[in-house]
Unconditional design. Sequence first.
Length: 246
Amino acid sequence: MEHPSADFQSEDTQRLRQDFTRFMMRYKFGMEEIVTKLSILRDEFAHLHDTNPIENVSSRLKNPDSVLEKMGRKGCEPIFESIAEKITDIAGVRVTCSFVSDVYHVFDLLTGQSDVQIVEVRDYIADPKPNGYRSLHALIQVPVFMSDGEVPVLVEVQMRTIAMDFWASLEHKIHYKYRQDVPEALLTGLREAADTARELDATMERLHTEVKTAGELPVELRRKLRRTADVVPDEDFVERLKRLAP
């Protein structure tokens, strides 16, 4: 004899599975929307500009076990509204840039789009964490259009330089290996490496600026060039141009 209660339990389980799948798909689509926006920018810069501020774009969606584990740590109620409110990094996108100025430039380009809403910004580049971690974190909201209508979705975007990314990768591996019980000597080494990475970023930024401005005419000379564009230049002007020649 069949038990109706078992059928009801099976139906509830199936419904919960479908609801959770739909919930996670929203984040997947929101994440993919951000990746698409960044890929468009990267391709445009690659084909239409002299330099490209975006070196790499990667993404990750938390798996169900990770979501459940974080629900336990944050004390989330087992309802989707509570999960969405308390767990804001279900969908994550990471952007790697060559220079610090590129990080802020890409941030402005992404968040300046009409369908992107800034929810929170944590600038660990300007204000690094005590352990030396540096990165620009932005929690942004984008609309996702499902069959039952528009849904606002939060996506965490992390933007950093190559040096910052290298340091963060090493720091993660060390903490994973030692299970948070990291020897003090290694922690000191990580802080020193963070200082080195910051100095490297500053040096590379300076060299980048020098390369970009190399060969540009002085401001006063450019102004005089515009004033004399339709007339024969005088001897002084010609001599100044000669001195600029390699």
